[in-house]
Every structure is written in structure tokens, then in C-alpha cells.
Design a binder for this molecule. Structure first.
Ligand code: 2NL
Length: 345
């Protein structure tokens, strides 16, 4: 009886030696058979209870040797077959074949225009600030001195989140600047570019989403003269060294005094004539001295510090820069439109 059982061990050893898996699939079958959770060697181990006590030790050692032989064979074959498979895969690659061309994309004209504006202000020390598009009522309106009954706060003009009148899609990037002022003491010199939203009927001239660059400079002794010279520098960088500007008195809840700035393009080209309605002057931004209430709202001592701020829309400038007739083209992601800007940086 026990000789029979010993013979089975020898047969198993011979079977393992004879088994020659030729590929990784066959090797996996080998593994399942001899090393898997229900392997055939376990049956041999189970037989140990039928072996007379004086032979148990030898029997156990021989079955162990079979198990180790199976493991060793599996490990060396695995390495061999994997290497062979890798070599076979590489052998079929034609290293002389021409590569797949990578299609070059292009920057969106709004991004190009916005980056140009950012670079101009970066050269005089402004740093980009960025924050969320879904804002709370406080950062978008209250901090900016916009009273409860101001039309901007109306459901008709602002997108509120369905479950809360406290949360909305920001209507300007002033909210970003309010956040910076809350956690930074002057000097502050930032620009806040980004997407903003207003509940407007979409047409060729206006859209419910658009882009803005706002700027803010707060320090001791910041004056309206600093504002004017900063904006003149910007106009000359953006529109050429001969650009002229004019400031017209205006009103914003967050600045006092406030102004709107026009740039002189002239009326020589048909395009400039049309764009400026025959006046030669193009309105490009709103600006003013930051209202002391806004500074105080954001934790800045208005008896010690003053500041100027400005805000401009990007779409109108991009329309002019590229002579585009319809603002909706910016938001339709039509590649036939976007491809035309492939050569811009
Ligand atoms: C416009 C006018 C403006 C500002 C934006 C601003 C920001 C802070 C404090 C005070 Cl944190 N003001 N921003 C000031 C004046 C005008 O934008 O027509 N934008 C398209």
C-alpha cells in the first residue's frame, strides 16, 4: 500500500518533468494544475495519513521536493516565455516606418487676447490671481458695496444656484480680488482674468458667458494719477505707441470717483469707423478709485491705504483684434472657426 503511494509521488515528479508548456497560456495551465489552490500535489500531501509512522518523514520530504521542482520549473519557464513574447512583439515593429503625425491644436482667440493683456500688466508688477466661478453673495455683491436693491442682484440679471439664493455664478472677477484682500495686506497689485456670467439674451453682440480682466492696486498714497498713467501704458502696449486715451466720468458701486476709458482708433479704416460709430473713440474699460467701504469690507484700513481698480471685457477686444462679427462664435467650439487661429500664439 505505502509502496503504491510512494510510486504516485515518483509518477507526479516524472509528469512535471515531462510537461513542457510552450507558451504563457500553457504555462498558466501548468501553474493551476501544480501550484494553484486546488493543485494535484495537495492530494499527495493528503495521503500522508495512510503512511506508516516510520515512513512519514521520508514521504513528506519527497512530496515537498516534487512541489519545489514544480515551483522552480514554473519560475524559470515564466521568465523564458515572457522574454520570448517580448522579443516576438518587438520583432514585428518596423523601426523605419514614418511616425503618426501629431495634430497641432491652436489657442482660442479669447485666450490669446487675454494672455496679451496679462503679459502687459505683468511687466509692471501685477500678479495673476485666480479663484472659483461659483461664488457666494458676499464676495460677489456685498463686499463690492452693491446694495440689496441693485438691479445686478436681480434674478433676471444673475444666475443663482437652484437650491440657494446665497450661491451664484460670479458676475465679475472682483470676487477674486475681494478674496485676495481678505487674506493679504497691502501692497496688493493683482490682475484677475477669468470667465464670468450674466443672465442675458444671447445675440451677436452679447452672451450669457464672457471673459474679463480686472486689476487692483492697493498701497499707501495710490492716486488717480497712478491709475491714469497705468491705463495709458496699457493702451499704448495694446493698441500701439501713438494710442490716445480719454477718461469719462461714470458710476460703479465699488469705486469713487469712477470713469470709463476710451481709446482713440481714428476713423480712417472702414472697420474703425464702424466700430467707433464714426467718433474714432472705442470704449474699452471701466475704472476708478476703490471705494473705502470696499477696502474696509475686506479688512483693509482705509485711513492708511488707497487703491485703484479697473475692469475690462475681453470679447469686444478680441472681436476687434480679429475682425470677427459675432460673439457667439467664441463659444460654439466649431473647429472650422478655431482652426483659423492656428498661427496665433
Ligand atoms: C466694467 C467695469 C470695473 C472694477 C471693475 C473693482 C474691483 C475691486 C474694487 C473695486 Cl476689488 N473695483 N473693479 C472697478 C471699476 C470698474 O469694471 O465695465 N467692467 C467690464
Amino acid at each position: 500500500m505505502s509502496a503504491d503511494t510512494f510510486r504516485k509521488v515518483d509518477e507526479m515528479k516524472a509528469a512535471i518533468e515531462a510537461d513542457q508548456p510552450g507558451d504563457l497560456q500553457a504555462l498558466e495551465q501548468f501553474r493551476i494544475k501544480y501550484l494553484g489552490s486546488k493543485n494535484v500535489i495537495k492530494v499527495l500531501f493528503g495521503e500522508i495519513r495512510n503512511i506508516p509512522n516510520e515512513q512519514k518523514k521520508e514521504y513528506g520530504q519527497r512530496v515537498n521536493a516534487v512541489k519545489e521542482a514544480a515551483e522552480a520549473k514554473y519560475n524559470s519557464l515564466k521568465q523564458q516565455l515572457e522574454t520570448a513574447a517580448e522579443e516576438a512583439a518587438v520583432k514585428d515593429i518596423d523601426l523605419t516606418a514614418p511616425g503618426e503625425p501629431i495634430e497641432l491644436g491652436s489657442r482660442h482667440p479669447i485666450a490669446v487676447t487675454m494672455n496679451r493683456i496679462i503679459r502687459i500688466f505683468e511687466r509692471i508688477g501685477f500678479v495673476v490671481a485666480d479663484d472659483r466661478e461659483i461664488e457666494d453673495d458676499w464676495h460677489n455683491f456685498t463686499a463690492m458695496n452693491t446694495p440689496e436693491d441693485h438691479p445686478a442682484r436681480d434674478m433676471q440679471d444673475t444666475f443663482y444656484l437652484q437650491n440657494s439664493m446665497e450661491m451664484l455664478l460670479r458676475t465679475h472677477t472682483s470676487s477674486v480680488q475681494a478674496r485676495v484682500m481678505k487674506h493679504t495686506q497691502p501692497p496688493i497689485r493683482i490682475i484677475a482674468p477669468g470667465r464670468v456670467y450674466r443672465n442675458e439674451t444671447v445675440s451677436a453682440r452679447s452672451h450669457c458667458q464672457f471673459h474679463q480682466v480686472e486689476g487692483l492696486y492697493v498701497d499707501e498714497n495710490v492716486s488717480f494719477a497712478d491709475l491714469k498713467q497705468t491705463l495709458l501704458y496699457f493702451a499704448r502696449e495694446m493698441f500701439g505707441p501713438d494710442a490716445q486715451i480719454r477718461l469719462r466720468p461714470s458710476y460703479f458701486p465699488f469705486t469713487e470717483p469712477s470713469a470709463e476709458m476710451d481709446v482713440y482708433l481714428g476713423t480712417e479704416t472702414e472697420k474703425d469707423y464702424r466700430l467707433t460709430k464714426g467718433t474714432g473713440w472705442l470704449e474699452i474699460l471701466g475704472c476708478g478709485m476703490v471705494d473705502p467701504t470696499v477696502l474696509e469690507n475686506c479688512g483693509i484700513d482705509s485711513t492708511k491705504y488707497t487703491g485703484f481698480a479697473f475692469g475690462m471685457g475681453i470679447e469686444r477686444q478680441a472681436l476687434r483684434l480679429y475682425d470677427i462679427g459675432d460673439i457667439r462664435l467664441f463659444f460654439e467650439n466649431d473647429v472650422r472657426f478655431l482652426k483659423q487661429f492656428a498661427s496665433t500664439i
